[in-house]
Design a protein around this ligand. Structure first.
Ligand code: B12
Length: 454
């Protein structure tokens, strides 16, 4: 069977970081790895490709086209499936990825033959070995079919972590980045999140239980990555002493010398400071930390396990150790102009190397969605609005237009004034800085449009 695996292009409307960075489509690389032994498979990454999917389908002549997705991609994925069907109606179309897991029925459209809610490995292999033999495939775990009304049979499962085939998107790899690092690879080493913060989807995707993946997979995965930079996407790399030590032992054993970037909790940084220092000596360059807000009350509501003074302590510890902080914050919809001022002052104290400030987004499916139901600006079906970059809750203490203005001013203030440009230029080089500035300008102009429309 000839299978084309595609990733949708960078969103045209939604506010996303893909304006200035995107990484490898690791989910598709895993599917590629699972199917390669028995099928002809190719990845078509539309984040990079200039040509259309239609042209590719005409040239490659696949029997099936599978498309990955995030929340913002729903309409695009459906449009792409229609494009495929217009070339040849009997090409089988599949939707998969994060959004298919969180909200499978968002893809219920006659152009989408199958929705893959989750992949346990066995289901997708069986699917392709049985496809075209006249069997009803929706009886497989995690598979919904249009011919069966997209009904679900059996219990909901989880996506597995399989060894990604790092060579599968070889021609695109030089384009994959993580912030100032390009090329960069991404991988996961431990899954789950016990913190279960109120605004976050990750525990819904990976479960509450924090556990390490099969260490043999991690070993093979690490050995197959050719890039100098690896971003570990675990929720909290510093979740436990055992977790950190096991990883450091492994890279020591493999003799790996790479730049590492990790997500980290403030609690983990403070609890395991000596290990953070040890990791720095072994290549840790930057941590992504969710400081979230200047208000302890809000941190409490979000069920964060640290307060604003812990944030300051962690910022100081990281500065002393010499690790960059890429901080993320959430603007609460009840903030007044004075709150925005306090917030800017607080970021000035934390002094992260970069900051991203997103409006609090009560994603459909999260308990928070119910809490803000009466104040929502967009319906759950306006998929491209739920990017976590756009305001979805009507502000309480100012107009929507003013709120966008405050967000823009704050983003400009922290990224132009608080951060050191010369330091970043030295670290990442002119090419990467130009890419980031050009992307930020695109995001900025999208914000201006939203503000004008508000
Ligand atoms: C790493 C990451 C990023 C990185 C890298 C993403 C990339 N490749 O470019 C960066 C920082 C660039 C990023 C950007 C964004 N991200 Co992000 N990201 C993640 C993170 C932490 C991991 C994603 C991942 O790779 N998982 C591992 C892979 C293997 O899982 P997977 O893709 O689901 O694949 C599995 C299955 O789904 C299946 N599969 C995948 N595709 C297909 C296709 C077919 C046909 C089939 C059959 C199966 C299949 O195969 C895999 C087997 O297990 C998740 C949180 C999480 N834990 O999921 C958030 C997450 C996915 N991101 C999210 C968001 C919102 C975004 C942004 C829109 C944020 C923004 N405003 O800019 C942008 C989107 C930009 C874009 N269009 O790419 C949300 C998505 C919510 C949703 N409902 O979709 C998440 C869940 C985080 C959150 N906020 O809660 N992200």
């Amino acid at each position: 069977m000839r299978i084309l695996l595609a990733r949708p292009p960078r969103p045209k409307q939604a506010i996303t970081v893909s304006d200035f960075m995107f990484s490898e489509p690791i989910g598709l690389e895993m599917i590629f790895g699972l199917l390669k032994p028995d099928h002809d498979v190719e990845i078509f990454d539309m984040m990079v490709e200039k040509g259309s999917l239609r042209e590719k389908v005409v040239e490659y002549k696949p029997d099936a086209v599978g498309i990955t997705s995030l929340c913002i991609d729903v309409d695009v994925v459906i449009a792409l499936c229609r494009e495929v069907k217009a070339v040849k109606p009997d090409i089988v179309t599949l939707a998969g990825g994060t959004q298919a897991f969180l909200s499978p029925l968002s893809f219920a459209d006659e152009a989408v033959d199958y929705i893959f809610e989750f992949v346990d490995g066995e289901n997708i292999r069986t699917f392709f070995s049985e496809l075209g033999k006249g069997k009803e495939l929706s009886s497989l775990p995690g598979v919904r079919s249009s011919s069966d009304g997209y009904r679900s049979h059996g219990p909901k499962g989880r996506n597995g972590y399989f060894l990604p085939d790092r060579q599968s998107p070889k021609k695109y790899r030089s384009e994959y980045s993580y912030f100032g690092y390009r090329p960069a690879a991404i991988m996961e080493y431990g899954i789950g999140c016990e913190k279960a913060c109120d605004f976050c989807l990750r525990w819904r995707i990976e479960g509450y239980k924090e556990e390490l993946l099969d260490l043999e997979i991690t070993r093979k995965d690490l050995m197959s990555i050719e890039e100098d930079t690896i971003m570990l996407m675990d929720n909290d790399f510093f979740a436990s002493e055992l977790k950190i030590r096991t990883f450091l032992d492994l890279i020591r054993e493999l003799g790996l010398r790479k730049n590492f970037i990790v997500y980290a909790s403030v609690k983990g940084i403070l609890d395991f400071e000596p290990l953070v220092r040890e990791f720095k000596e072994m290549g840790l360059k930057a941590v992504l930390v969710g400081y979230e807000t200047f208000s302890d009350e809000e941190l409490d509501i979000y069920r964060k396990k640290s307060d604003t003074s812990d944030n300051l302590k962690a910022a100081k510890a990281l500065k002393d150790i010499g690790i960059d902080v890429w901080a993320s914050f959430m603007a609460h919809p009840d903030w007044s102009a004075d709150d925005f001022r306090k917030f800017r002052k607080y970021i000035g104290l934390l002094k992260p190397q970069t900051s991203s400030i997103n409006p609090l987004t009560p994603f459909p499916n999260l308990p928070m969605y119910g809490k803000y139901k009466d104040r929502l600006i967009h319906s759950a079906e306006e998929y491209d609005k739920w990017s976590f970059g756009q305001v979805t809750i009507r502000p309480k203490n100012m107009s929507l237009r003013r709120y966008y203005y405050e967000l823009m001013v704050t983003n400009l203030y922290v990224n132009l004034l608080v951060n050191s440009k010369t330091e970043m230029l030295r670290q990442f080089g002119i090419g990467n800085i130009t890419r980031i500035i050009a992307g930020s300008m695109r995001t900025f102009s999208r914000y201006v449009k939203l503000m004008a429309k508000a």
